[in-house]
Write a protein that binds this ligand. Structure first.
Ligand code: ATP
Ligand code: PLP
Ligand code: MG
Ligand code: MG
Length: 294
């Protein structure tokens, strides 16, 4: 294995703006990772703009790339990161790829953001859900669902923190050693609540963090969250509390800069994450939210 950690990131590419691989690659590189990225789609911009044009990678295209990497022994990765996936056939091919990459490197960490929806609405085809449940969960080491995605994956409704932990424990029982619920509505008017749990033997280390709510809604933040969490778990030797604090604090800095720079304008363009301008905050986040051990 080479000295630097090496991530294979399979996510969307947008020509303009920051979601998917455009949101994940720069922060991972800044934090010392080699990043090999496969673009599951190439769109002109994210789906919040009035027009979206571009190409979709098929599972055959993915196969070609994976087999080419394998033929040249370029398939030794420390991490695999997947985010938004729009077709069941593509997700099924990802399952085979995870198995292959884990054969090549048995200590590979697979970080899966099971992007399916938000706020009670599914925005991927419904046939992805059974594949996430039965095939992806057993392969994933770290998952970063939001509250709605936890409900979909567990068939459990979450009304309070206790129910959230029950659902998290259920997810652990399906495979992932680390479960992070990146955002829930279990906070209050001022805070979102995020929860994280690491299974250790028969017990779990559990932490929560109150995320100060910032006004507006943003795109690419879930993808940025997953990439930063992957990076900080690696860099801290799997310190759950520190990784969550650094991830959330970086997001706060990026979003505050984005809001300042938008100066009240609410167009998709004005709200694109100010990632490049946040280089120093990504490299060395000032902790603005502290996590509590439960
Ligand atoms: P995904 O859909 O990718 O599974 P998600 O729905 O949790 O994940 P987001 O809602 O973008 O993704 O939240 C991810 C993180 O982004 C949160 O943990 C928080 O740190 C930050 N974030 C996003 N929007 C806001 C906001 N309005 N105020 C404060 N933090 C925010
Ligand atoms: N990929 C594409 C092409 C998108 O359009 C979006 C959101 O619009 C995303 C990924 C995910 O963004 P987020 O990180 O906010 O969930
Ligand atoms: Mg959300
Ligand atoms: Mg998302």
């Amino acid at each position: 294995m080479s000295e630097s950690p090496r991530v294979l990131s399979i996510q969307s590419h947008v020509v303009s703006g920051y979601v998917g691989n455009k949101s994940a690659t720069f922060p991972l590189q800044l934090l010392g990772f080699e990043v090999d990225f496969i673009n599951s789609v190439q769109f002109c911009n994210h789906t919040g703009y009035k027009k979206v044009a571009g190409q979709v990678l098929t599972e055959k295209d993915l196969d070609d790339l994976a087999l080419g990497l394998e033929a040249n022994n370029l398939d030794l990765y420390s991490h695999l990161l997947t985010g938004y996936i729009g077709a069941a056939s593509f997700l099924t091919r990802i399952c085979a790829l995870v198995k292959h990459l884990k054969d090549v490197n048995p200590s590979l960490t697979y970080v899966c953001d099971p992007v399916m929806g938000d706020n009670g609405r599914m925005y991927v085809p419904a046939d992805l859900l059974p594949i996430y449940k039965s095939s992806i969960l057993p392969l994933a080491d770290i998952i970063t669902p939001n509250q709605y995605e936890v409900e979909l994956l567990t068939d459990m409704k979450i009304n309070n923190v206790e129910e959230a932990w029950k659902a998290v424990d259920f997810l652990h029982s399906k495979g992932p050693k680390i479960v992070v619920v990146s955002s829930t509505e279990l906070g209050n008017n001022e805070h979102l609540l995020a929860l994280a749990s690491k299974r250790q033997g028969n017990s779990c280390e559990k932490v929560t963090i109150r995320v100060p709510k910032l006004s507006g809604s943003f795109t690419g933040t879930g993808d940025l969250f997953a990439a930063l969490f992957l990076a900080w778990m690696h860099k801290t030797g799997n310190n759950l509390k520190e990784s969550l604090e650094k991830t959330v604090s970086t997001l706060q800095a990026v979003l505050k800069r984005t809001i300042e720079s938008a100066r009240g304008e609410v167009t998709p363009r004005a709200k694109e994450l100010k990632l490049i301008q946040s280089k120093k905050d990504i490299e060395n986040p000032t902790i603005v939210a502290s996590a509590s051990v439960v």
